[in-house]
Design a binder for this molecule. Sequence first.
Ligand code: HEC
Length: 126
Amino acid sequence: MHTSRTLLLLAALFAGSVFAAQSTIDDDFMRTVEDTHKSLTGNVGISNAPGSIADARELAVMFAQIEAFYVDKGDAPDAVTLSRQSRELSDAIVKSAGRQDFETANLKTTELSRACKSCHNFYKKS
Ligand code: HEC
């Protein structure tokens, strides 16, 4: 009984550290963000609603992870704001593509590109 409880606790601790490792912002993660963003720009450009919605949903999840990472880090308020804005823009793209409003989806996609650049200006080291 005791042993299995200890094992459960250990399992929970490990799960926690795996999650923390995944929410690190490294080049690999950012490359996935970039690929998805490129795909989104293409899909919005050709008014592909299902593709745009799928890409924007993925981006919203990744920006939520980026936001959580910077909230945790605690010393990068601009990155928290920018990742939150990016998540909200992604959600807005999901909604506008859902009602075939590609004029709005295009505007939001442009704003999203600007948010990428703003964050890189602040925080990207190279
Ligand atoms: C909240 C901050 C933030 C946002 C928003 C953000 N990035 Fe980044 N990005 C970073 C940081 C920090 C790095 C540097 C990571 C590193 O070098 O470890 C980076 C690196 C990159 C890289 C370089 C990876 C490489 O190969 O060197 C690309 C490409 C990239 N981001 C694309 C994007 C795109 C596209 C968006 C928007 C859809 C975006 N990023 C939004 C913080 C952000």
